[in-house]
Design a protein around this ligand. Structure first.
Ligand code: GLP
Length: 246
């Protein structure tokens, strides 16, 4: 049975506070959970708040595990725009998640079939994802599942659209552009998470958010697959929410 809840806040700051509070309380009551982690601008603020709560002693990640949604292919391991560097910078180096317990898709082999299958197997061996944090691309992508992705897709090598590459170009040093490909968990992988927290802030997230809520599955908008999830909690701000029709 689809089941979703929406909570709307005045602005992105208030959303970040609420999402961090929700994650902290979920981890506190279930310290051995497996988290699915997202990157992107939206999540920088959320991880900042989460780190503040960690420093206040609200929770510990010492017994938890995490799997990130995606990683670019073709960047040197220490590249500042890699999602590996992002996660170290905003979260991992500030909290007590054991080093070996935090994983991102391996891209050392160029996103080979074996690497992708190993990531799926590792998620399964961990017992699946308990709480998946998710942002949304302006074209409706989730993870790096671009429009046209199959709703039962699994972790795989994907080509990024020009619009996604442009949206993320500012993360790269001058003279460099967003890589053309990435490894991402599939939509099918994401939908298997026991709980999903979807965060949408800013007017540019209005259209993809409307697609999630309309209930019409549309391959052109991967996020529309979320509508039928059994435990989806949407956190949005007024700018993304204003004018939404359910
Ligand atoms: C990215 C990521 C997604 C993220 C989305 C939105 O490139 N692969 O996981 O949710 O785009 O990012 P932002 O928060 O920067 O708008």
């Amino acid at each position: 049975m689809p089941s979703f809840k929406t909570t709307i806040f005045a602005d992105a700051d208030a959303v970040a506070d609420a999402v961090a509070a929700q994650v902290a309380s979920t981890v506190k009551s279930h310290p051995q959970l497996t988290l699915g982690l997202a990157t992107g601008k939206t999540f920088r603020q959320i991880y900042d708040r989460l780190v503040e709560r960690f420093r206040e002693g609200a929770f510990s990640l010492s017994a938890a595990r995490s799997f990130n949604l995606d990683e670019y292919v073709g960047l040197p391991p220490k590249h500042p725009a890699s999602f590996t560097a992002y996660m170290d910078d905003v979260l991992f180096r500030h909290v007590d998640l054991p080093a070996g317990a935090a994983r991102l898709p391996s891209v050392a082999g160029g996103g080979s079939l074996a690497e992708c299958a190993a990531y799926e197997a590792a998620i399964e061996a961990a017992g699946g994802i308990d709480l998946q944090l998710l942002g949304i691309g302006r074209n409706g992508h989730i993870g790096f599942n671009e429009p046209g992705s199959s709703f039962d897709s699994r972790t795989r090598l994907v080509a990024l659209t020009d619009s996604t590459r442009q949206a993320n170009a500012a993360d790269f040093p001058e003279g460099e552009s967003t890589p053309p490909s990435a490894v991402t968990m599939g939509i099918g992988t994401i939908l298997e998470a026991r709980q999903i927290v979807l965060v949408a802030t800013g007017a540019h997230k209005h259209a993809p958010l409307q697609a999630v809520l309309s209930g019409i599955p549309d391959a052109d908008c991967p996020a529309s697959a979320l509508h039928n999830h059994r435990n989806l909690h949407i956190f949005a701000d007024e700018a993304a929410w204003s004018g939404i029709k359910i």
